[in-house]
Design a protein around this ligand. Structure first.
Ligand SMILES: Cc1cc2nc3c(=O)[nH]c(=O)nc-3n(C[C@H](O)[C@H](O)[C@H](O)COP(=O)(O)OP(=O)(O)OC[C@H]3O[C@@H](n4cnc5c(N)ncnc54)[C@H](O)[C@@H]3O)c2cc1C
Ligand code: FES
Length: 274
């Protein structure tokens, strides 16, 4: 069993949890994810390993549907039924990239964090554009401040930083600064638009894909993505990929494939917390 050692509410939608899982913790590298099940009948939830030490891993989850709500109902001292990992390929570090712009949208700040931190640890200059619906949705800002040289903000409602999208902020930046690489993580539509913007400014883009996953080990085929006309499995070939050649439109269509069932199970099974 995997004991929850700490829990923090980051905003109304997003929470952080640190869980004892020594094997996963010892072997995790930036870019890896894990799969948790809250109980023995639970759905498998893939989540990025945001931080790890010798014995525990930290995850950050957005309460979206049934399984993440069940996860959110667990408290410090409770145990998760299982934690499988580390899964996926560690981030491919581009040795020649010395000036990096991270672009984070919403809970995408969580998977971006270990990657940018690793680039900074290796001596790269790291800037960040972080966006969210409101000021409260800008998560991990204090942690990013520990290694980012500059942080730029965008909110949908204008409650902090620029009112608008992260791509607007990035485009303004590109008038005066040069980057070798941009790592973009957030909703698919935002990753697609940021990639198209970066392409216009000749900046390489890496993204992290989160198609629906089941086994996480390359067997079910559910997480397939088309890249340059070839099928890849995000769970074993990714989840990080260069953005060039990704069929974002296909991915967006597949992402909503189970929407009706997800809504149904949520209405059916989610009784108020006792
Ligand atoms: C490699 C990877 C890393 C991820 N890291 C994070 C993270 O760090 N923080 C975070 O908040 N979320 C992360 N996600 C997404 C997270 O797994 C889903 O939000 C979660 O599974 C939703 O489950 P639910 O039952 O609460 O919601 P549901 O109502 O079942 O689904 C809501 C939406 O979540 C997505 N989703 C549902 N099930 C899965 C699944 N098995 N695999 C992937 N996506 C799914 C779909 O887009 C769906 O429409 C990651 C996904 C992947 C594949
Ligand atoms: S989740 Fe099954 S093949 Fe990737």
């Amino acid at each position: 069993m995997y004991k929850i050692v700490s829990k923090e509410i980051l905003n109304v939608d997003v929470e952080l949890m640190t869980v004892e899982a020594p094997f996963v913790a010892k072997n995790a590298k930036p870019g890896n994810f894990l799969i948790v099940r809250v109980d023995e009948n639970g759905e498998r939830i893939p989540l990025t390993i945001v931080e790890n030490d010798e014995t525990s891993v930290t995850i950050i989850y957005q309460k979206l549907g049934y399984s993440t709500t069940m996860l959110s109902r667990m408290e410090v001292g409770d145990s998760l039924h299982d934690v499988v990992g580390p899964l996926g390929q560690p981030t491919h570090i581009r040795e020649d990239a010395k000036r990096i712009l991270g672009i984070a949208g919403g809970v995408g700040s969580a998977p971006l964090f270990p990657q940018l931190k690793e680039y900074a640890r290796r001596g790269a200059h790291v800037d960040l554009v972080i966006g969210g619906r409101t000021k409260e949705h800008l998560i991990l800002v204090d942690k990013y401040k520990q290694f980012c040289e500059n942080i730029y903000y965008a909110t949908d409602d204008g409650s902090f930083g620029t009112k608008g999208f992260v791509t607007q902020v990035a485009e303004t930046l590109y008038q005066e600064k040069t980057y070798d690489l941009s790592i973009v993580i957030g909703p698919l539509i935002m990753m697609k638009n940021a990639y198209l913007l970066n392409k216009r400014y000749n900046i390489e883009t890496d993204v992290s894909l989160n198609p629906i996953m089941i086994d996480g080990t390359g067997m079910c085929g559910n997480c397939r993505v088309t890249i340059n006309g070839k099928t890849k499995f995000a769970c074993v070939d990714g989840p990080d990929f260069p953005a060039d050649g990704i069929d974002f439109d296909e991915l967006m269509a597949r992402q909503g494939y189970y929407k009706e069932q997800e809504k149904h199970i949520c209405n059916l099974r989610l009784e108020p917390k006792k």
